[in-house]
Design a protein around this ligand. Structure first.
Ligand code: SAH
Length: 200
């Protein structure tokens, strides 16, 4: 399947029917998820992949469709299991995905590579959530592909650098946000986000 086909399939999947702002539940738009998976394909093919904060599984499905052997999908909100299962079924990758209901901080499984769109850590209730997610990915994997607010770029490379991990920005996206996600007093509708590769 090429990137356009992936984009169309991912855009048709279920997002969050009742998003919980405190968990920063906002599904990755199909075109961004497709691009993320295609850019990570070389490291994902034939590997065990970890999706931290899997939500309804858009990135997990994308990873499976570019050739992951297995995708472990960690999600704190167990009520998403139904939508996650339907998305996996619709994409024909139910056998490849495993939904694990757990807080990221309590997850101790391992994988080869992580691909994730973690909470941006800007909501009061989820402050620094992005740090917790990236630290966990570095603990449990050899490399990590993840989205972060562009204005946290030096913070992200600093976090990786303290472990002597490398980091590179593979691309920057304009990311649409719902009005409920007030990062600023002036409610922004979109944010610049970086797609980082972080590796040992
Ligand atoms: N990966 C999905 C969802 C991204 S939204 C996608 O790309 O569409 C971020 C997800 O992280 C939400 O589903 C939210 O419920 C989950 N989440 C937030 N904090 C978490 C935590 N501490 N542990 C596990 N999951 C968490």
């Amino acid at each position: 399947m090429d990137e356009k086909g992936l984009e169309i399939l991912l855009s048709g999947l279920e997002g969050f029917s009742h998003p919980k702002p405190q968990l920063e539940q906002w599904a990755t738009p199909g075109p961004i998820a497709a691009k993320m998976a295609v850019l990570a394909k070389g490291d994902i093919e034939g590997r065990t992949v970890l999706d931290l904060g899997a939500g309804t599984g858009i990135l997990s499905v994308a990873a499976a469709l570019v050739g992951a052997r297995r995708v472990v999908c960690v999600e704190a909100d167990g009520s998403l299991r139904g939508a996650f299962g339907r998305n996996a079924e619709r994409a024909g990758v139910r056998e490849t995905l495993e939904f694990v209901e757990s807080d990221v901080s309590a997850f101790w499984g391992a994988a080869d590579v992580a691909i994730m769109n973690p909470p941006f850590g800007a909501q009061k209730a989820a402050l620094h959530a992005d740090r917790v997610f990236l630290e966990k990915a570095m603990d449990r994997c050899e490399s990590c592909y993840s989205l972060h607010l562009a204005r946290t770029r030096t913070f992200i490379s600093g976090l990786a650098g303290r472990r002597n991990w490398n980091t590179r920005v593979l691309g920057t996206f304009i990311y649409p946000l719902p009005a409920t996600f007030a990062f600023h007093k002036k409610r922004r509708k979109e944010e610049e986000v970086d797609y980082h590769k972080t590796w040992k």
